[in-house]
Design a protein around this ligand. Sequence first.
Ligand code: NAG
Ligand code: NAG
Ligand code: NAG
Length: 352
Amino acid sequence: MVLVTLMALTPSPTNSCPSSEWAALMAFKAALKEPYSGFFHSWRGTNCCYHWHDITCDPTTRRVAGITLRGGEFTVTGHISPSICNLTHYLSSITISDWKGISGNIPPCITTLRSLQLVDLSGNLIHGQIPSDIGRLTQLTVLNLAANHISGRIPTSLVNLSNLMQLDLRNNAIQGPIPWDLGRLKRLNRALLSHNRLTGPIPRSVSDIYGLAELDLSLNRLSGSIPRSLGRMAVLDSLNLKYNNLTGRIPWRLLGSRMTHLDVSRNWLSGRIADAFGENSYFISLDLSRNNLMGRVPKSLVWATYIGYLDFSHNRLCGRLPRGLPINHLHPSAFDHNPCLCGKPLKPCSRL
Ligand SMILES: *[C@@H]1O[C@H](CO)[C@@H](O)[C@H](O)[C@H]1NC(C)=O
Ligand SMILES: *[C@@H]1O[C@H](CO)[C@@H](O)[C@H](O)[C@H]1NC(C)=O
Ligand SMILES: *[C@@H]1O[C@H](CO)[C@@H](O)[C@H](O)[C@H]1NC(C)=O
């Protein structure tokens, strides 16, 4: 009797995972269909911490700490079983990415797994909405739901993910506005929301995120003007606002900032291009094409330290191209379709 009790209290010699976790993983596996049986080949026996591929366990507690299922050439169908929520608060990472055929929704109970630091469900056919109480996952540093069929709005609770560093929601069907207080995500480094159906303005609070290095809001339906404060962001290196419904001027500080990639093409931006280029300007790519920009090509462009790719085409720019522009390095069509612009790479304006 005493012996039995002792055995139950001390860790078993095989350090087996709890049977509840084994059952949860078996139910998870049963909800996925893979045509080339063998993927879950190593999931044998009842000790899910023992040589099960793609499962990592906490070495001291022998609880499941991570699921890392990255797809390859095969398509896996089925759905993500809510049984994963029976894994406990030791679970810190879930990657179920690039399986191309996994559908169904994100189990809402996922928000009870309070220790989750990484959730990557990208590259599937997941639909439905982001759980509205996603903000409960306060340990989350990476949330990647890119390339799925997710719809609905960005939950307002998202801004409570105070440890979030990477947010990738690209290539979904997410609608509605970007939360106005997105700037509360103080640790955010990359915010990628491209190719959705987002509407409304670019929240001004974004510029409060000191360490934000990459902001991609392209291919949405955002309107209003580009917040001037974006030009004051110290670390922002890449800003993509292509293909939205933005109006107003291009903030001059954006052009003299230390950004290396700036794309504001295919909007309704108007006004002049500010004469704000200088020695800080080091653009690997600068695309202002397909807007309503008017006036001259700024003279200061010649003072930029480097411009790799430049496109000012399809605007309403006028006058002569500034002398000394390193035009040999620029794409010959960089200034095309500006009705009254003239200079070296363009045919002379008969009107001048
Ligand atoms: C998950 O936990 C619930 C509640 O404890 C239980 O009813 C259910 O059978 C469990 N599912 C699996 C797959 O372990
Ligand atoms: C964010 O967290 C705070 C504090 O925990 C809570 O009061 C608030 O309701 C949360 N906001 C949302 C939108 O969930
Ligand atoms: C975008 O702006 C254009 C021109 O102002 C307007 O016709 C169009 O309806 C707008 N589209 C959306 C999705 O807001």
